[in-house]
Design a protein around this ligand. Sequence first.
Ligand SMILES: Nc1ncnc2c1ncn2[C@@H]1O[C@H](COP(=O)(O)OP(=O)(O)OP(=O)(O)O)[C@@H](O)[C@H]1O
Ligand SMILES: [Mg+2]
Length: 191
Amino acid sequence: MAIISIASTKGGVGKTSLAFSLAKDLGYRYATNDMSIVLNKYRNARYYPNKIPLYPDTVYDFGGFVDTNADEILRQSDIILLPTINDLNSIMKSLILIKNFREKTILVFANMIDNPSDATLIREKIHEHFPNLAFTYLRRTKLLKNALESGMSASELYEMNNHTQHLYKQAYAEYQKILKLFTTDGAYFSK
Ligand SMILES: Nc1ncnc2c1ncn2[C@@H]1O[C@H](COP(=O)(O)OP(=O)(O)OP(=O)(O)O)[C@@H](O)[C@H]1O
Ligand SMILES: [Mg+2]
C-alpha cells in the first residue's frame, strides 16, 4: 500500500506523463485535481476538481498550482516525487517545496535531461541546501509522451517490440530505476 504524490509548483515539468506510467505499471489508481488526457486513457484515472480524497495505492498528479487540499494529501503521502527541469526557476521552486515538506520522503526527479552533466548540476544545487536528498533523472525522451498518447505505460510501450526496445533503451532503464523503488525489490515499498 502506497501513496505516491507527484507535485511541483512549476508547470510542464513532466508530472502527468510520469504519474500515468507509474500508476499503470503499478496497477495503482491515478488521481488528479487538474484535467488531464490521462482521464481518457486510463480506466483507473479519476478527476477531483474540489476535494481530492486520500486513497491507498494511488498516484496523485497535482497541477502546478497551490491547493490547500493538495497540501493535505502531500503530507499524508509515503513519498513525494518532485520533477525538476534544468532551469533555475524550476530548481528554485523545487527548493521551496522541499523546504515546506522537509519532514517527508522526497525524491527529486530531474526530467528532460539533455546531458548527464546537467543532472549532476541540478543534483549539486539541490544537495547544497538539502544534502542526502534522494535524486534520480530521466533524459529527454519521447518514451513517456508516446506511452501516454498510446494509452500504454512506459514499460508496456518498451516491451512491445524490438523497435521500441531499441529506441527507448536508455530512457527505459532510467524509468525502471524509479519504478523499481515501488515494487518488490524497491527501496521504498514492497507489496
Ligand atoms: N523526459 C522527457 N523528455 C521529453 N519530453 C518530456 C519528458 N517528460 C515529459 N515530457 C513532455 O513535456 C510536456 C509536459 O509534460 P507533462 O504534461 O507531463 O507536464 P506537467 O508537469 O504535468 O505539466 P502541467 O503543469 O501543465 O500539468 C509534455 O509534452 C511531455 O510529453
Ligand atoms: Mg500535468
